[in-house]
Design a protein around this ligand. Structure first.
Ligand SMILES: [Zn+2]
Length: 206
């Protein structure tokens, strides 16, 4: 497996690709908004997205989900955020963006382990930034969306956000055994051990 990364759009959303070296089939985590960049990354590196996993439904993470789906990928998202993808819960209007509604192919609840492109991906429910936010774990990597950032956490002032839930979710990640590379939805990569030590919210009580 090889990891590719792309940072795109005005909000510099991180898109990740987990590529099976043998088949060149890929999992994409949060496609971002710009479909042309996705297509270019696929072509330049010789892989094809088969599965699009969304940490949550906000437009900056899911804005090109309809285009990626139209190109043959299946869309995975939580039930609560699947509803947002269909009827205006993506914040696109708030930021003056257009958003093409997209139906989920697979609804995730958290707790399941998917086997996609030969990789095991565990789904962890981490509500708080949105009520349906998810974290994905594969190998020693955590893809945390807008739940956990380098020395920070996601905003909870958007619709369905909940600060207490977010702190609970962050603590759930801190409680995982061992260390992980943390790949967030925006900004720098980090590690779980660094965040356990330095993240402001590791000391915040609910
Ligand atoms: Zn968000």
């Amino acid at each position: 497996m090889k990891l590719y990364h792309l940072s795109s759009g005005p909000l510099r959303v991180n898109t990740y690709f987990l590529v099976n070296d043998a088949t060149r089939e890929a999992i994409c985590i949060d496609g971002g908004e710009n479909y042309k960049l996705i297509k270019r990354t696929e072509e330049e590196n010789g892989f094809k997205i088969k599965h699009l996993l969304l940490t949550h439904a906000h437009f900056d993470h899911a804005g090109n989900a309809a285009a990626i789906k139209a190109d043959g990928a299946k869309v995975y998202v939580s039930e609560k955020d699947a509803a947002k993808l269909l009827c205006g819960g993506t914040l696109a209007e708030n930021f003056g963006r257009s958003f093409t509604p997209v139906g989920a192919d697979v609804i995730l609840n958290g707790g399941e382990t998917l086997n996609l492109c030969g990789m095991d991906v565990e789904v962890i429910a981490t509500p708080g930034h949105t009520d349906g936010s998810l974290t994905f774990r594969t190998g020693d990597m955590l893809f945390t969306g807008d739940t956990l950032f380098f020395e920070s956490v996601g905003r909870t002032d958007f619709p369905t956000g909940d600060r207490e839930e977010l702190i609970r979710s962050v603590k759930k990640l801190f409680a995982l055994i061992g260390d992980y590379k943390v790949y967030p939805g925006h900004e720098d990569f980090t590690t779980l051990s660094h965040e356990r030590k330095y993240n402001f919210f590791s000391d915040v009580d609910i």
